[in-house]
Design a protein around this ligand. Structure first.
Ligand code: BTN
Length: 261
């Protein structure tokens, strides 16, 4: 593992109260989401972060895999034990998206975009993705795992990704230190998760929309076998996507994939 993911460098930059305490760094795991869920079932505590230099079975949304070579990028997961009822359904992935966009923006010539629900895009390339998974117990969450993959220094992508993926280094022309970047992300993530925890999702929704200039423009969304075309209107308080469809009616998409924006 390269020196720039050392726990000491991460700790030196970490300014959080609870997130990343502890922050464990592994050279290789199958998936940080899977490994951290195992830790959660064995009693892992709220705020634990697991970072891996590489993953052998990195997972994305919709059963996609997440390309996770060593020495280049960030792959990490947060273990949360929120007090929320699942019915409250707060937009955790949007909070994580804001943190990613804010930190990426520092290194990019123009602001990046967030594509609903949680892709970080720059000049139509995907730089990062978020995979939120949870386990329920009784009337609440036993745990929630927020997994984040951010392409940092990768210059060459496999042919299957070369037309759609990108990295901060490709876009900024600079190699970036992963440990400092990770600590900045955790610092911003804690801020937005604390904001969410205050019970009002609106500050999170407003901040997210600042990175979504495509709201108000035509959009196509795939929901299973169904596809809707219309105009993106905004978000509900739970972070679902509101669309004005061709008949003029409003529909709300809770799970789906935006095809083009
Ligand atoms: C997506 O855009 O489809 C979500 C990608 C999430 C990838 C990250 S990498 C760290 C964590 N561990 C995983 O297996 N997946 C997430």
């Amino acid at each position: 593992m390269e020196i720039d993911l050392s726990p000491a460098t991460i700790a030196a930059q970490l300014a959080t109260r609870w997130l990343g305490r502890p922050c464990n760094v592994e050279p290789v795991v199958d998936s940080t989401n899977t490994a951290l869920a195992d830790q959660a079932r064995r009693g892992g505590t709220h705020g634990t972060v697991l970072v891996a230099d590489s993953q052998t079975r990195g997972r994305g949304r919709h059963a996609h895999s997440w390309h996770s070579p060593a020495g280049l990028n960030l792959y990490f997961s947060l273990l949360l034990r929120p007090g929320w009822s699942p019915r409250a359904n707060p937009p955790i992935s949007l909070a994580a998206g804001i943190a990613l966009a804010e930190v990426a923006a520092v290194h990019l010539p123009d602001p990046p975009h967030l594509k609903w629900p949680n892709d970080l895009l720059y000049r139509e390339r995907k730089l990062a993705g978020i995979l939120v998974e949870g386990a329920l117990q009784d009337d609440g969450f036993d745990y929630v795992i927020v997994g984040i993959g951010l392409n940092v220094n990768q210059l060459d992508f496999p042919a299957s990704l070369s037309a759609t993926a990108g990295s901060l280094r490709q876009m900024s022309g600079q190699e970036l230190p992963r440990a400092e970047l990770l600590a900045s992300l955790l610092n911003r993530l804690e801020k937005w998760l604390d904001t969410l925890n205050q019970g009002d999702p609106r500050p999170v929704l407003t901040a997210w929309l600042r990175f979504a200039p495509w709201i108000g423009t035509p959009i196509r969304v795939k929901m299973g076998a169904k596809e809707i075309a219309g105009t993106a209107l905004g978000l509900t308080d739970e972070g679902a996507l509101r669309i004005r469809d061709a008949s003029g009616g409003e529909c709300v998409v809770h799970t789906g994939e935006v095809l083009d924006i």
